[in-house]
Ligand binder design. Structure first.
Ligand code: TMP
Ligand code: ASP
Length: 243
């Protein structure tokens, strides 16, 4: 049914750092518009990455479609245009889920570890979605005590997150990409069911080339490594086979 949904774009509801959310004439459907804007270090660093919005929309579409074929419920309905994705309206759980397969970024810093160490098993972290505090690390006790989600919801979120890691890792291996780590957001749909939201892109994942370990993600922007646009295009090309 959903593939034949036609909507009329409504008013802008929210503008985030990388996306804008619009209402539609259907109360349970929103439009997610992908911008070229990029920020890092809690928006202290700002810039734009040419064509990023288009790449991230296409890459996220590909990942959401893949996950849905594997039985993971997501907010994705369909791609509407190069920069617009039709999604289900979600009440977002204010917890970001990070899964790490290889030490990098925040984990390297937190524990004084070298980047690139292969973890014996994936590490799952929760961060409280709070820009003012820089999304601090929290655990399941905080989540329960602050009523951010129920035990049942967190159990479901945890299980799905590890499943998503396996699905994406396997998919990327064939495309010569290592899935170092990534961040997910979940929300409750109109029926209160937990589904995967947000985006899955080089903004929210770390991808390294399997042979050279070259960084092909937003770390090129965060760390001023250059070649940012090319890296996003390369990921799009490897994942979809198309520019
Ligand atoms: P971190 O190592 O900086 O904690 O990042 C872990 C993963 O989460 C990495 O793939 C990038 C992604 N991420 C976001 O999507 N949003 C953020 O605000 C941050 C800090 C990281
Ligand atoms: N997007 C985040 C921010 O600007 C940080 C990041 O992705 O590194 O706050």
């Amino acid at each position: 049914m959903e593939s034949v949904v036609n909507v009329v774009k409504g008013k802008q509801l929210y503008e985030g750092k990388a996306k804008i959310i619009y209402a539609t004439d259907k109360p349970d459907l929103y439009i997610q518009y992908f911008k070229d804007d990029a920020t890092a270090f809690n928006a202290q660093k700002k810039g734009t990455i040419g064509q990023k919005g288009i790449c991230n929309n296409k890459i996220s579409t590909c990942f959401f479609e893949l996950l849905q074929t594997k039985g993971i419920d997501t907010h994705f309905v369909k791609m509407l245009s190069e920069r617009e994705m039709l999604v289900k309206r979600l009440d977002i759980v204010q917890v970001e889920v990070t899964i790490r397969n290889i030490v990098a970024g925040g984990m390297a810093k937190l524990l004084g570890l070298e980047e690139g160490i292969e973890l014996k098993e994936p590490v799952l972290e929760y961060h409280y979605k709070h820009d003012g505090l820089g999304d601090p690390l929290i655990n399941e006790y905080h989540i329960k005590a602050l009523d951010l989600a129920t035990d049942e919801e967190m159990h479901y979120i945890r299980e799905r997150s590890f499943e998503i890691n396996n699905i994406l890792k396997n998919f990327l291996v064939d495309r010569a990409l290592i899935l170092v780590d990534f961040k997910l957001e979940f929300g409750r749909d109109a029926k209160k069911k937990i589904v995967l939201g947000d985006e899955i892109s080089p903004d929210t994942c770390r991808f390294w080339d399997r042979e050279t370990r070259k960084k092909l993600d937003k770390d090129r922007f965060r760390r001023d490594l250059g070649g940012i646009e090319d890296a996003y295009q390369e990921v799009l090309m490897r994942i979809t086979g198309k520019k």
